[in-house]
Design a binder for this molecule. Structure first.
Ligand SMILES: Cc1cc2nc3c(=O)[nH]c(=O)nc-3n(C[C@H](O)[C@H](O)[C@H](O)COP(=O)(O)OP(=O)(O)OC[C@H]3O[C@@H](n4cnc5c(N)ncnc54)[C@H](O)[C@@H]3O)c2cc1C
Length: 362
């Protein structure tokens, strides 16, 4: 009998397997893919704190600024914390670390059945060799946005945004985000430098037209895509837990989910190590740590959607607070930027109003 059966070998699954194996748990990790990390859907843009967790060797680019465009104008944010990492190498590095600590890994293997009892889980796995019954004390769903573990537990799915990305032969040193909802009504489009290439992408409706327009006549080296969950779900039930995108833990403002995928696994591994009331401990600890930012981020996203027509007001607000935002801005904690802006409104407001009116009349 295994201590933990982990479904999915993305960043969430490989990291939690490593964390548990390191603590002496007997872990089996399975993934439907033929090779860990391939195909890759992700742009790999992260804050430096992710690199601190997974290693500098994975960094492929360090963009120095981000240009944010809206229909009312644009502004430039500077940051020395932005990094682009090799996402395939990330998954493979973490999988190798898990295996070196004792995780048993099976590829081309998927979960087809799950029965939960008081003492443990009986799961059915299917591979090319046929069906296999596996017993484990706990089961971890790290199987991404369309999680079959989540579905089998009867947990409601988050909203899923279809996203498309092309990797272009083009060089750039800045991230570009376009928030024009006329082009991308559900989210935004992006351009991210990645080691001599640029990743151009968009989420939601119109993605294909927008990505084609961003591509222009540049050579397309790869076409890829995936789903971004918006709005977190429950973290499991009984002896089954969800981490990463399976629990909808991506940020609703940026779609970034790598830090949460890693951190939710770290929090769960700590709860499993303590061993009493694991699910309750995981829920409580997550809520008291990064989970609260994920919830705040969802609220910010709803506010942005609601007050979209007032972008014309917040562009000059941001512009006039730019040095402070550069100081406090953190891609994993958008609420820090919002709080800073709200705090500085009383001082900035007269300037913002003048800018807002001049935007309307010019
Ligand atoms: C286009 C795009 C760009 C993105 N860019 C960024 C970015 O720049 N920065 C950032 O932080 N985040 C980004 N994200 C989000 C990020 O990729 C995810 O948050 C992250 O991949 C979540 O990791 P995960 O391990 O939870 O899930 P996944 O990476 O989806 O891994 C799930 C794994 O489970 C396996 N699996 C699925 N079903 C089964 C099954 N039934 N049985 C066995 N195995 C199964 C899959 O094969 C996969 O390997 C992006 C997402 C998209 C779609």
């Amino acid at each position: 009998m295994y201590d933990a059966l982990v479904i999915g070998a993305g960043p969430a699954g490989t990291n939690v397997s490593y964390q548990l194996s390191k603590r002496g748990f007997k872990v089996r990790m399975v993934d439907i893919k033929e090779k860990v990390g391939i195909p890759n859907h992700c742009s790999g843009l992260v804050d430096k704190r992710v690199v601190d967790l997974v290693g500098e060797d994975l960094v492929t680019d360090k963009p120095s600024s981000a240009e944010i465009s809206t229909p009312f104008g644009s502004f430039n944010l500077r940051s020395d914390r932005m990094r682009v990492i090799d996402r395939v190498a990330l998954d493979q590095k973490l999988a190798a670390m898990a295996q070196s600590e004792g995780t048993e890994m099976s590829l081309r293997t998927m979960l087809t059945g799950l029965r939960q009892g008081k003492e443990g889980i009986v799961a059915t796995l299917k591979s090319r060799e046929g069906f296999e019954t596996v017993e484990s004390k706990f089961l971890i769903g790290a199987d991404g946005p369309t999680s079959s573990v989540r579905r089998r537990l009867g947990i409601k799915a988050p909203r899923l945004l279809t996203s498309l990305q092309y990797d272009l032969q083009r060089s750039s040193d800045k991230v570009k985000i376009n928030l024009n909802r006329k082009n991308t009504p559900d989210f935004f489009s992006w351009e991210i430098p990645n080691g001599g290439e640029v990743e151009v992408g968009a989420s939601g409706r119109n993605s294909e037209e927008v990505v084609k327009a961003l591509t222009g006549s540049d050579t397309i080296k790869r076409r890829r895509g995936g789903l971004i969950p918006i709005g977190s779900t429950e973290l499991g039930n009984g002896r089954c837990f969800l981490i990463g995108d399976a629990a909808g833990l991506s940020k609703a403002t940026t779609g970034g989910g790598l830090f949460a995928a890693l951190d939710s696994g770290n929090v769960l591994a700590n709860a499993m190590e303590k061993g009493n009331g694991v699910l309750q401990d995981y829920q409580r600890s997550w809520k008291n740590s990064f989970g609260s930012e994920i919830k705040r981020d969802y609220k910010i996203r709803k506010l942005l959607d609601k007050y979209e027509k007032y972008y014309g007001l917040w562009v000059p607000l941001v512009s006039s607070s730019i040095s402070g935002i550069n100081r406090v801005g953190d891609v994993d904690y958008p609420s820090k930027t919002l709080l800073y802006m709200l705090y500085s409104i009383p001082m900035r407001f007269p300037f913002a109003v003048v800018e807002f009116i001049s935007n309307l009349v010019t």
